[in-house]
Write a protein that binds this ligand. Structure first.
Ligand code: C2E
Ligand code: MG
Ligand code: MG
Ligand code: MG
Length: 287
């Protein structure tokens, strides 16, 4: 019967919608609580200097050990945090914790500096007082500004350009480093790249993934490395998993790299060991 069948489909569709909504609201409440109860954690993935093979820094990556759902991936809660505005306090906590940890490791390693990279959402960047927040965290934690790198996606270079330019200039004035994350996947124009005070291009993993497989992708990666060089920017390749990719990037003159080939993002104690004990040894012997 047509009407009954239609009604049935409609009901179950609404049911699914409600389930999705309830699930989302539950996650949102849990996330708020996790933030208040300081249950979020940071893992750290090393950045390796391709000239020396040494760990020169880390990227802080947030983790949520959920009491019943297990470890939740940032891809599954950062969007909720962004939609609800929770990303603002969450992002501040990440920044504080990463800076505090960085200062601690540098002290433990006899003053050896490290570069700490922190991911910043557009929603945080758009807060009028974002630069003041960053400045306050630097003071609170004793973190030297030039050891902090803020990673932002290309969307920051694409929207509301005048306000964004001013915000970038304010951040740069603090003395920190700015990186474009996942470079090559967005639509930032080369004109903006020149105009904005950006220091580092992080080449998206999707390019590195296909290195040596498709000739076209090798050419694209090579072009991004050259672009970085010609603009006086550092280049960091994301997502290196195999020696062949590393060799190709070295050949191109890419300065830095991250990826499972060197290390996955690891908990603080392990990252600290990597940095402190790894001062004289490369993170991984070249194959
Ligand atoms: P991202 O900033 O581009 O970080 C790199 C992601 O790639 C990380 O995933 C990392 O674990 C993964 N990765 C690194 N090397 C490899 C590799 O060799 N192979 C593969 N397959 N993956 C690799 P993760 O930790 O799940 O984070 C995902 C995204 O979530 C990040 O992408 C970033 O956009 C966002 N995110 C993470 N932490 C934060 C945070 O504190 N604040 C904000 N706003 N976003 C964050
Ligand atoms: Mg990043
Ligand atoms: Mg990235
Ligand atoms: Mg990426």
């Amino acid at each position: 019967h047509a009407k009954a069948a239609g009604g049935g489909v409609f009901t179950s569709y609404r049911g699914q919608m409600r389930e999705g909504l309830v699930e989302r609201l539950e996650l949102e409440n849990d996330l708020r609580a996790a933030l208040e109860n300081r249950e979020l954690r940071l893992h750290y993935q090393p950045t390796v200097d391709l000239d020396t093979n040494q760990v020169v820094g880390f990227e802080a990556l947030v983790r949520w050990p959920h009491p019943t759902r297990g470890m939740i991936n940032p891809m599954d809660f950062i969007p909720i945090a962004e939609a609800t505005g929770l990303i603002v306090p969450l992002g501040r906590w990440v920044l504080e914790e990463a800076c505090r940890q960085s200062v601690e490791w540098t002290a433990a390693a006899g003053g050896r500096p490290l570069k700490m990279s922190v991911n910043v959402s557009v929603r945080q960047f758009d807060q009028p007082d974002f630069a003041e927040t960053v400045a306050a965290v630097l003071v609170e934690t004793g973190m030297p500004a030039d050891r902090l790198c803020l990673e932002m996606t290309e969307s920051v270079l694409m929207t509301d350009t005048e306000a964004n330019l001013e915000q970038l200039v304010r951040l740069k004035a603090l003395g920190l480093t700015l990186a474009i994350d996942d470079f090559g996947t967005g639509y930032s124009s080369l004109a903006y790249l020149r105009r904005f005070p950006v220091d580092t291009l992080k080449i998206d993993r999707s390019f590195v993934e296909r290195l040596g497989v498709l000739a076209g992708d090798t050419a694209l990666t090579d072009t991004i490395v050259r672009l970085g060089k010609s603009l006086g920017m550092a280049t960091v390749a994301e997502g290196i998993e195999e020696f062949g990719q590393l060799a190709a990037l070295r050949e191109m003159g890419c300065g830095f790299a991250q990826g499972y080939y060197f290390s996955r993002p690891v908990p603080p104690d392990e990252a600290g060991r990597l940095f402190i004990e790894g001062a004289d040894t490369p993170v991984r012997t070249p194959a």
